[in-house]
Design a protein around this ligand. Structure first.
Ligand code: FE2
Length: 449
């Protein structure tokens, strides 16, 4: 099996600069200790040293476009509110009333004029300033002279995504994301809207989720149905800070798949998504990926879309980014898929898998979002109404489409084994280079003072 190849643009026969390989990073061949997957002590240290010192993806920009728009972001033991203030600036506050500590906001998203605590009705402006204490005359002055505004935290936006950080001294977000920011900006995520948002609880450590979605090595075993239309000869790039990228070729069979020539039903779906009638397509399965690229490019030109900025690979394949620590983004010009692996407040054997599909509706274009995203047929693609988050409890199938549901069944099995004293730590192949890179950054932060 080959890996670390550079994917070329088929129609020009040359490499597109977007696909340029990142300078090599070699983390050696070490075997990390397995306690990271189940130890409570490790999880507690990880919260302080990794999560409290990183930029964390809180919400897409579309949730907080207008003054008063807010989004609640729950992660580990914390809850945050991101809000567009009256002056148009973005703010983030801990979702905590300074009076007795009650949470202020219970809704996931919405629009509001001010925050009112559900416990004793203290009120706060969107910028976090206290504007009303109920019965202030019943407080001694030396009590109310303490700061009784909301506790705020760092909040910045880049590439259509809003991040928060609990670390007041953290470097600016643009600097944190620098290795991949220009690439993410190409997708105009700020002009996309949420069309589907699903949140499910899984019986595994959050890093088990990160690991499973950062490699295609398991496709043949867990998702054999993908072999007819997804190639596992991918390009992997690593950047400092734990960031990585992987191109996964679509619309061509894996070399593991027996029929390399016939246009199978899976490839037919991809041809249709690109606007090609499979009955009129006379090429082989080795030619379908190039046909998809060409058709998408022609269709975009006809619609006046600026898709020359994308390489052919970006049109047909999945371009997947890892944002350290807990985010992956599957990027396609039509839609992007945000995966967040959210640690549980107290249990290192559980995480919340939060998935959000963002789509840019273009009047008259009706471009299909990639089929692997598992969008329901009843989804409103206009983005005019922000859909509610669909929640699934631990042990229930998350109904994320066949492929992701297969992962949800497997991960608790991996977690159960990784907890055993018989497991001595992972042994990674070069197909799993993104995992080694992620854990190297995690270890670097865990070792810091
Ligand atoms: Fe998977």
């Amino acid at each position: 099996m080959t890996y670390h190849q550079r994917l070329w643009d088929i129609h020009t026969g040359t490499p597109h600069p977007f696909n340029d390989r990142a300078p090599a990073i070699d983390h050696g061949a070490g075997r990390p200790s397995p306690d990271r997957y189940h130890s409570k002590a490790f999880a507690d240290a990880e919260w302080e040293k990794v999560f409290a010192r990183s930029w964390l993806l809180a919400c897409p920009l579309s949730d907080v476009r207008e003054p008063g728009d807010f989004a609640k972001f729950d992660i580990g033991p914390e809850s945050f509110i991101v809000v567009r203030a009256t002056d148009g600036s973005l703010k983030a506050h801990y979702n905590v009333c300074p009076h007795r500590g009650s949470q202020l906001i219970l809704a996931d998203t919405g629009s509001i004029g001010q925050f009112t605590c559900p416990f004793h009705s203290w009120q706060f402006a969107l910028d976090g300033q206290n504007i009303a204490v109920t019965d202030p005359e019943t407080f001694r002055p030396e009590v109310l002279c303490h700061d009784h505004n909301l506790t705020s935290l760092r909040c910045e936006e880049a590439a259509g995504l809003v991040f928060v950080s609990m670390d007041p001294g953290i470097q600016p977000l643009q600097q944190w994301l620098a290795p991949i920011l220009p690439q993410l900006e190409l997708y105009d995520i700020g002009r996309m809207n949420v069309v589907q948002h699903k949140r499910s609880d899984w019986g595994a450590n959050w890093k088990g989720g990160v690991d499973a979605f950062a490699e295609t090595y398991h496709l043949h075993a867990v998702h054999p149905q993908t072999q007819c239309l997804m190639d596992d000869r991918t390009q992997i790039d690593l950047w400092p800070g734990g960031f990585s990228r992987q191109f996964v070729p679509f619309a061509q069979p894996s070399p593991r798949f027996p029929d390399q020539q016939g246009v199978n039903a899976g490839i037919e779906i991809m041809l249709k998504d690109a606007g090609i009638d499979p009955a009129q397509f006379h090429g082989s399965a080795q030619e379908s990926r190039a046909a998809v690229q060409q058709a998408k490019r022609q269709r975009a030109a006809a619609l006046g879309l600026d898709w020359d900025k994308f390489s052919d690979t970006q049109l047909s394949d999945s371009t997947i980014y890892s944002l350290f620590p807990n985010v992956q983004i599957g990027c396609h010009p039509e839609a992007v898929f945000l995966h967040r692996f959210v640690p549980h407040a107290t249990d290192p054997n559980q995480f919340t898998y939060d998935t959000c599909i963002l789509y840019r509706h273009i009047e008259g274009a009706n471009l299909a979002a990639p089929a692997w995203m598992g969008l329901g047929a009843d989804v409103d693609m206009t983005g005019e109404t922000r859909p509610d988050i669909v929640r699934t409890a631990l042990g229930e199938p998350p109904e994320l489409g066949e492929v992701l549901d297969q992962d949800s069944e497997l991960l608790p099995i991996v977690q159960a084994g990784a907890r055993s004293r018989g497991f001595r730590g992972p042994l990674w192949s070069e197909q799993e280079a993104r995992l080694r890179h992620f854990h190297a950054e995690l270890d670097r932060m865990m070792a810091a003072d």
